[in-house]
Design a protein around this ligand. Sequence first.
Ligand SMILES: [Zn+2]
Length: 290
Amino acid sequence: MLNNAVIESSFMTGQLSLDAVIIEAFKYNDGYIVITNNSPFYPKNYKWGDQKSDVGVIVFNNHELNIVKTYSAIFIDGKIYIDHDIPNKLNIEDKLIPAHYLESLNGLECQSIVGEKVKLSVDAETRHKVSAAHSMAHFMSLALNKAANKYWNKDYDTDSLGNYNLDKAAIFKSSISELKSIDTYRFGKSIKKKGFDKTSFLENIVSLNEEINLILKNWLATGSEVRVEYTSKDIENLRLWKSTVENHPVVIPCGGTHIKNTKEIQDVKVEIKPGESDEYIVIITHCKLR
Ligand SMILES: [Zn+2]
């Protein structure tokens, strides 16, 4: 019976390509899922699907198949659950695995490819662009906290720079793709109760937008190393994003992928827009690579 124990995930090591064996392949939606015993592909988080998953290729014999998406999945009692179908409550021994989604097997049969030795390669350029957007989304959140610090009138949790963590208090949804992060923040009743003056904050949103851009420009000018610390190769294990801002070490828990240094970024621009109702704002962080 197939189980998660024989399947490894390696995206957190920074490895973009590796040799593996196909251990399962089956039809899924309009395409196919291929499971390998190891994978460098970053799978979409099934609970907080902020970062776009990896794309790339799987190569064996004379075949090169495109992987267009990577899901998180899990085997429980020999049955596989993918993405939204993963049960809410998992046992400690239940381990998430990457599930590669392909639109086509180029005419090959699922059963015939099981057991094949393959090379899996992540599309490095796409990964780099998504990682850039993810790292800059973290810097944006720190700049947002800094610029909005004056609107707090009660104590709340602070970030690594000692500013009240508005990002944590108000983040509603995040969507990170190539060179762009779209972060939606909600300013409802609960944030008011926490002691945040949302009325003044929203009235001053235009100057706040300018301030955030200025803060980010200054931070980028110095260049800082970025790294992700991991304690195991389990997908769901806690990982920490670490960098330096204004000579302070900054730490944000994060499961995604990141750049190695902000010097890789040529420019960043934040654009704050109204959301679907006046309780929401949308912050779009655009970045350019060197
Ligand atoms: Zn993150």
